[in-house]
Ligand binder design. Structure first.
Ligand SMILES: *Cc1c(COP(=O)(O)O)cnc(C)c1O
Length: 461
């Protein structure tokens, strides 16, 4: 499989190149040239497979020319051995509601499904090239810890994660700073998450620095992250239908950067019988407004109790736009230019109807989120985390839909306690965090300060 850019300005690249490139060099996002078509017989067979076997089948056509079957098998085995559930991503029932639990990885949020895989994949590709990568990222909480757990202990990678000092939850802070491997560098900046993002952007724009230090990113624009997430849509369909290809299912997806739900779109394009994709947002509703009005317009980010979805610009949205615009890079470029100059883009009513035929979108308020956690607990005893609760509420008129559970409820204890008066029992990975030794550097929120810290740290190693 070869990969092309949504903006059409890059010669097609291999899977490994796409993974190492992250963002395409023309500013667009990378996509496979075509989607493998999965026929009914194959779907039926896939429905009988365990998660890891299935992951190998789903990923194979996308990686096959670059990575051997043995290498892929080894990557998948190692990436999902760190999950604390034998099914990796089990489908469970909460009363009448089906829940796809994606939080059994080492940091108790769904980002582990992709980042455990990406970390091992980076290692394989760097061993081949003999290179070294310095990952740099800013986090408001979840992504940082999942990325750190994805690459901890690796010889050919150093990871620098900036988080706003004292502005992430105590659990999130501990999840990052208790990882003592010598390739992990936590930096608490004296500023906000936005300051962190600004610094990271500035350092990536310093092309001399970026080249000399081989800076790499782990945000959700990386194609390998999307690919790893496609797997659980197939898996959940198989568990629920038993492989009956006549049965379509819908999925409700708590959405921020449009990565997770785009993976569902890819699954559908490959032939998975998907009826609707329910796009659930909190009050940061740029995406649900787009589905319902055809206008994609920036607003201010408002903090919520589902903070991993407090996003205005959805970095994967351009991938969907490319298909909506009939794979025309020219149209994508025009729309993205419009977005850059006016903070807004819009599509025709005809296109909007096309969007609506697959996606149903709803924005869920803070009160509704709390009420959903309480309601589900009252009727079934199951505890939803606030992100998952947004998805369950958005799917209220789709009782059959499978709701993706993106975080363990113990990770967002305060919001859960407020809703039901008690906290969820933490999984082993979240226990004892407060007693563990930590390592973290507190630094001023300036690009030069961070750059100097990186240089000295890397020289000393
Ligand atoms: C990142 C995240 C999301 C949003 O996923 P996207 O792929 O950005 O749409 C939802 N819930 C949780 C818990 C997350 O960490």
């Amino acid at each position: 499989m070869r990969y092309i850019s949504t903006r059409g300005g890059v010669q097609s690249v291999t899977f490994s190149q796409a993974v190492m490139m992250g963002l395409a060099t023309d500013g667009g996002l990378l996509l496979p040239e075509s989607f493998p078509a999965i026929d009914d017989t194959t779907l039926q067979r896939w429905a009988t497979l365990g998660f890891k076997e299935l992951a190998i089948e789903v990923m194979w056509p996308y990686v096959g020319e670059d990575i051997s079957r043995e290498e892929l098998t080894d990557l998948v085995e190692r990436s999902y051995a760190t999950f604390d559930h034998p099914e990796v991503t089990p489908v469970v029932e909460a009363g009448d509601r089906r829940i796809l639990e994606l939080f059994h990885g080492p940091t108790a949020a769904f980002k582990d499904v992709a980042l455990q895989f990406l970390g091992n994949l980076f290692e394989l590709l760097l061993e081949r090239s003999g290179g070294h990568l310095n990952i740099l990222g800013a986090t408001s909480g979840d992504t940082g810890s999942a990325a750190i757990y994805g690459v901890r202990g690796q010889e050919r990678i150093d990871i620098f994660i900036l988080h706003p000092h004292k502005r992430v939850s105590p659990i999130q802070e501990r999840q990052m700073t208790t990882v003592l491997d010598k390739n992990v560098h936590n930096i608490a900046i004296q500023g906000t998450f936005d300051d962190g993002q600004r610094i990271v952007k500035e350092l990536f724009n310093d092309l001399a620095f970026k080249d000399e230090y081989s800076l790499g990113a782990v945000n959700s624009i990386n194609w390998a992250r999307i690919l790893a997430q496609v797997v659980y849509y197939f898996y959940a369909w198989g568990r629920v239908t038993g492989g009956d290809v006549q049965q379509q299912v819908s999925f409700s997806v708590p959405t921020g950067n449009f990565g997770d739900i785009f993976a569902g779109y890819v699954a559908k394009r490959m032939g998975l019988p998907v009826q609707r994709l329910i796009l659930a947002t909190n009050r940061n509703d740029i995406l649900s407004r787009f589905v319902n009005t055809g206008v994609y317009q920036l607003g201010d980010v408002q903090p919520t109790i589902s903070p991993s979805m407090d996003i205005q610009i959805s970095s994967n949205f351009e991938r969907y736009l490319y298909f909506l615009m009939d794979e025309s890079s020219e149209q994508v470029k025009t729309l993205m230019a419009e977005m850059a100059t006016s903070g807004k883009l819009s599509v025709s009513e005809e296109k909007r109807r096309e969007v609506e035929s697959l996606f149903f979108a709803a924005a869920v308020s803070e009160e509704e989120t709390q009420a959903q956690i309480a309601e589900t607990f009252r009727t079934s005893g199951y505890i939803l985390d606030p992100h998952t609760a947004v998805g369950v509420k958005a799917a209220e008129n789709f009782p059959e839909a499978i709701c993706l559970a993106t975080a363990h409820p113990a990770k967002f204890g305060d919001a859960v306690k407020e809703a039901i008066g008690q906290e969820a029992e933490p999984p082993a990975s979240l226990q004892g965090l407060m007693e563990k030794e930590t390592r973290c550097e507190v630094l001023e929120a300036g690009a030069e300060v961070i750059q100097n810290f990186m240089k000295t740290t890397l020289v000393d190693k």
